[in-house]
Write a protein that binds this ligand. Sequence first.
Ligand SMILES: *Cc1c(COP(=O)(O)O)cnc(C)c1O
Ligand code: SF4
Length: 361
Amino acid sequence: MTCAAKDKTARSADDLIAGGAVTADRREEIEAVAGRYAVAVTPAMLDLIDPTDENDPIARQFVPSAAELDIRPEELADPIGDDAHAPVKGIVHRYPDRVLLKALHACPVYCRFCFRREMVGPGGAGLSGAELNAAIAYVAERPEVFEVILTGGDPMMLSPRRLSDILDRLDAIPHLGVVRLHTRVPVVDPERVGKALTDALRGREKAIWVAVHANHPREITDAAKQALRRLAEAGAALVSQTVLLRGVNDDPAVLEALFRELVKARVKPYYLHHCDLAPGTAQFRTSIEDGWRLMKALRGRLSGLAQPTYVLDIPGGHGKVPVGPGYLEGSDAAGWTVEAPNGQLHSYPAAPGSAAPEGSD
Ligand SMILES: *Cc1c(COP(=O)(O)O)cnc(C)c1O
Ligand code: SF4
């Protein structure tokens, strides 16, 4: 079924047309956007795109559109404030006990809604040997750092040899407990999760957690499930991150199917991210109230194992926080009012001898 043009990652308007992801009349539009933001669509994702569907949720995530050139005043080049917390090149240290280590800028695909779209892209060498030494020394010198999160770019784009070298050096730091990899590779380029990569992860001193980025149930293909199985068999614990995206997954049935597919593949849904204020991404953002409605629709209908936490990264680098929805509807001297999954309200008494519960929300 796969034609030759789908055997390699599409990186230009011509590649996308040849790969059957778009029609030739969109060449100029795509070239205009590609001049501004990196483009890459892997063969596995090209295969999923239905070019006859104007609202295809896979195309919407990866195929450039003119809407990206519409930049709103509230949008920021560095929406989550990485630069405000970068003590040495490649390290972001915002929370006391964990740091991001960004060893490279490359990703297997370039998502049109990316929160780091001004930073990621092909080319740009990533960290030099000396810079990587300095970044690892920063971690080694700080006993309060418990967890290193490899991100970028995508750490599974490192050669297995380079990844293995970084993991060897992190394994040797006594105070670290966890090494986490944030990646889209198992979903968008599952063949890359081969023996060399899983061997690099296997048998590690530190607990390896892999946080897989997935947004639509169609992304969880048989090949992706097999890649996830290989990671689980290599001893990695698996969680997922999903970005809430208008026109892609802002539908309770779509999120339900996605989270069910993930738990079936041994992946615990971890975060549902409210879409960040990255430039040219207004077309993807829902309201927070929409996010609440979606989360409420899943509560009670879907196993607790399949429920992520809905989070917002506060613009400017102030941190990620859960943004609801809440189920405590109010309080008085007698106690709380609590909303059940079906929307009915119930009361719950104040603890004996306690002051009246504070505040309602
Ligand atoms: C998201 C993020 C983390 C990880 O946060 P968790 O809530 O532990 O997943 C760590 N550091 C920075 C700078 C981040 O943006
Ligand atoms: S994989 Fe992640 S970092 Fe890379 S383009 Fe997509 S959202 Fe951005």
